[in-house]
Design a binder for this molecule. Structure first.
Ligand SMILES: [Zn+2]
Length: 260
């Protein structure tokens, strides 16, 4: 049965419902969708804000950190009064204040091999807004095994990238990055970052999510989008599935705890 929108909701979403391909049916899909966001930092803040604004039915956000003063130049879901509060609780206050229609689940936990399957299980789409490579691999492997679309974003200095992984229909994160050692810390996000730059990448992740939900346009499936913030240049690199990929190849070897 179609969801009935209140007049408040119809007014709130009218500018996006005017768009070709969205309309009432698209808004219903958005309102029924459940999105998991890994990380309440520089990418999770803008991605979560825009998804909450758009009227996503349920947002679940996982992060084990608390808000620190040095986070605030980029992690716009938080503010000065909330220093010391858990980031997911702080994000909940911001997102619910922007849009009380959104159900929000705050999970103050680190994502591990043991909990990843249970965390993403009840969600339709996963956003990787984490800041380290080992979490990226973990989310990729769980999404491949559980057939969940994954929108992966990353920033390092003035370089950012986004790719959309639809398991069974194209590449996965390991197909393109397998040569990197997941425990090589030098590949984790560089410490220097401009908030506006993370905002670009997080916003693209929110766009990808809304396109998957509504079916409009083309996603970054089989594409790695690379953004050079200094040159204001976007490059699209074809991302092909690797038959020998340990996660999504013909003879996968990767398992997630508690899953077959
Ligand atoms: Zn793969």
């Amino acid at each position: 049965m179609d969801k009935e929108f209140t007049s408040e909701q119809l007014q709130r979403y009218q500018r996006q419902m005017m768009l070709p391909g969205i309309g009432l049916a698209g808004q219903q899909k958005i309102a029924e969708s459940r999105v998991f966001i890994a990380g309440a930092g520089g990418l999770g803040s803008p991605a979560g804000y825009y998804l909450a604004a758009a009227g996503i039915g349920r947002i679940c956000m996982a992060d084990d950190d608390v808000v620190e003063l040095s986070n605030l130049q980029r992690q716009i879901a938080h503010n000065t009064e909330r220093i010391g509060m858990s980031k997911t609780k702080s994000a909940e206050i911001s997102f619910k204040s922007l849009n009380p229609n959104v159900e929000f689940l705050a999970i103050q936990q680190r994502i591990t091999k043991e909990n990843v399957a249970a965390l993403i299980e009840d969600h339709d789409i996963v956003l990787d807004c984490s800041d380290n490579l080992s979490t990226r691999y973990l989310l990729n492997d769980a999404c491949v095994l559980m057939s969940k679309p994954l929108v992966s974003g990353a920033v390092a200095g003035f370089t950012g990238h986004v790719t959309t992984i639809i398991p069974g229909q194209g590449h996965c994160f390991r197909c393109i990055f397998e040569d990197m050692d997941p425990y090589d810390k030098s590949l984790d996000s560089q410490p220097g970052i401009l908030g506006a730059f993370a905002g670009v990448i997080g916003s693209i992740q929110a766009m990808e999510t809304l396109k998957i939900i509504t079916g409009i346009g083309e996603t970054l499936q089989n594409t790695l989008l690379i953004y050079d913030g200094l040159k204001s240049e976007f490059r699209r690199v074809h991302a092909a599935r690797n038959r020998d990929c340990p996660a999504c190849g013909e003879n996968p070897t990767i398992k997630i705890s508690g899953r077959g």
